[in-house]
Write a new protein. Structure first.
Length: 360
């Protein structure tokens, strides 16, 4: 029994150790002023802190843009350590109507305790229920939630967090103030990453930071996760090495430029500053050989499709008509991959389709 108690205490101690925390949690904003690149939402929420008059809210936007972090920071500034005033539920796990009728309703109907007279926090007379990934809730569950929001509005405020606002039923969305969170711009992401790099003492090249930003595509959470993984990989070397661009690309699952350039050349896409590979036969056999090589090296076809799409669509010499034909090829392959089609056959289909579209 004593051993079990000791093990439990050690586990709790390790969980609280900042050195063992994921950096995503360690550097989560503690106040709404710390939230990066969401000026409109921060400006409006700052006013709610002074008036403590908070409406029901709907935060929507791409993943990793600070939606959940913002409402948690706001709750912390409103209630401090009064954790009983906030309930956070992940609607993707508990998305049925039963959880709305039982768990959410039971919490919503409870009258909050009066705030401590000596409290340094505003502690307004209501609670906050945070429904993360609310777009995963069934329509019946959302319809049931509508009545609860109306009945207990005096003592409970709701914050719905989702990626796709179109999946929230209109009667529910119309009861909330909407806040759109956009993908982080390059400068905001770089500023946050450089702060973490400096604090953690990570040895990373400026080019690798740029690679982090481009591979994360505006998702700050993903870029911080990649940075921590790269830092651990670097520290595991003997002696420790500096993090470079290839390390970031490997961790992020990005297909190397050399592989992309080889495949592009095989299907007839001229690359600037690269020139055409005259040794690569631009016919069915040449494309099939390149597809076989890519599959043997184990690269993700979905990732290769994404990178190749950007190269073709942003190409200077490919005509608009050819780009339209290529876009149709990309769209058909993307849908087929989502439906579970064979990756090798789809990559071959992409190669042949683009090769035909670009033939003079």
């Amino acid at each position: 029994m004593f051993l079990k108690t000791s093990a439990k205490k050690d586990a709790q101690k390790n969980a609280a150790d900042p050195a063992l925390q994921p950096w995503v949690e360690k550097y989560r904003p503690q106040t709404i002023e710390d939230v990066s690149a969401q000026e409109h939402a921060v400006a409006v929420l700052r006013k709610t802190l002074t008036s403590t008059n908070l409406p029901h809210m709907l935060f929507y936007g791409p993943p990793g843009t600070g939606k959940t972090s913002t409402i948690l920071a706001l709750s912390r500034q409103l209630f401090g350590q009064a954790h009983s005033r906030t309930s956070e539920l992940n609607a993707s796990d508990e998305r049925g109507i039963s959880i709305v009728r039982e768990k959410i309703k039971n919490f919503a109907r409870q009258t909050p305790r009066a705030a401590d007279a000596n409290s340094q926090y505003p502690c307004p007379p209501y609670k906050i229920i945070i429904l993360d990934e609310a777009d995963s809730m069934t329509q019946d569950a959302q319809a049931a939630l509508r009545r609860i929001m109306e009945n207990y509005a005096k003592i409970t405020r709701f914050c719905l967090v989702c990626n796709y606002v179109t999946r929230i039923i209109e009667p529910l969305a119309s009861r909330c103030s909407k806040f759109r969170f956009h993908s982080l711009d390059v400068s905001s992401t770089r500023l946050r990453l450089e702060h973490i790099v400096k604090t953690e003492g990570v040895d990373i090249s400026p080019e690798a930071v740029s690679a982090l930003i481009s591979t994360s595509e505006g998702d700050l959470r993903r870029s911080i996760t990649y940075l921590q993984s790269a830092a651990r990989l670097s520290a595991s070397q003997n002696p420790p090495t500096s993090i470079n661009t290839s390390d970031i690309q490997e961790i992020a699952g990005v297909v190397p430029d050399g592989v992309i350039n080889r495949f592009s050349s095989a299907i007839g896409v001229e690359l600037p500053n690269e020139g055409m590979d005259t040794d690569t036969a631009k016919d069915f056999d040449g494309i099939r050989a390149e597809v076989n090589r890519i599959m043997q090296e184990g690269f993700s076809v979905a990732q290769l499709l994404s990178q190749l799409h950007d190269i073709v669509i942003l190409h200077d010499t490919i005509t608009s008509k050819q780009k339209a034909a290529c876009a149709a090829v990309f769209a058909a392959a993307d849908k087929a991959l989502c439906d579970g089609a064979d990756e090798e056959l789809q990559l071959l289909e992409i190669g042949i389709g683009i090769w035909k579209a670009l033939k003079p």
